[in-house]
Design a protein around this ligand. Sequence first.
Ligand code: GLU
Length: 322
Amino acid sequence: MRAGHGLVAVALATVALVGGCTSGAPTSLPSSTAKYTEPPLPAKVIPVLTDSPTPTAAPAQCGDPTASLRPSTAGGPTIDAIRARGRLVVGLDAGSNLFSFRDPTSGAIVGFDPDIAREVARDLLGSPDLIEYRTLGSADRERALQNREVDIVVKTMTINCERRQKVTFSTVYLRSNQRVLAMKNSGINGIADLAGKRVCIVRGTTSLDHMRHDQPAATILTVPTWADCLVVLQQRQVDAASTDDSILAGLAAQDPYTQVVGDSISVEPYGIGIPKGDDDLVRFVNSTLERVRNDGTWDRIYRQWLSVLGPSPGPPAPSYTD
Ligand code: GLU
């Protein structure tokens, strides 16, 4: 269903001021009966869809979902195939400021996630540049791995038991927290203030699941990408957006009238997504993550892209199953 709110342009800006054009004449004001509600929308607005929750089963259980296989560079059939191809195919986002975006000057895809992917390519293929990027939406990540359209997904992907039923993961390479992005002075200071408000969230995310569960009184509107959420917030089609602070920080950096507010709604441990069964690749990727945690690379990458979130918390400690 298409959302009714905000899609109709408010015509106040076009109030005609009849006969007020003589130079030096006092500025005419709109009639006092005109009520300002929302700024006018531009001609082209991003379609937002109201969320239609499908009844979900109880969350899957799998013990500690972040535990992964111990690092090893011994290799195996997946590693051999990637080396034979000569390129690592990486699924990511190309429009998430700070995290994964196209540098406007160089045209290169840069950010925290690409830098982590480049370290894997460096160890696997001898050069961080031997990567072929495939742009993925949040809702496409598991399918792309299941269909083997990509070797790995490095896209702010939260490790959880539900996803582990379809794909496997590296150890945790970043912990972020789901929070709320709102306009400054909007009166929205956290998730409690979202009751009865319109909140933008991307489909296929843990952010959507948490909002449905923790603030059922919010009207959720979904869009394809997090960059779209910033636009619909700026257009006042929604009152707030909610996802990981690492992503929201990149949106807030693009618009000084917005801010990240409230406490953590949930902790989101990011892992590199890998097709099920590619255990040699899981171990290899974990060996790269082990290296970047220990040789200062992780801290350098964090400081380059995420210092807007505060000083580096240091790399998350790995947890292993074997
Ligand atoms: N970390 C959340 C997730 O994995 C949101 C991030 C995203 O949409 O890329 O669903």
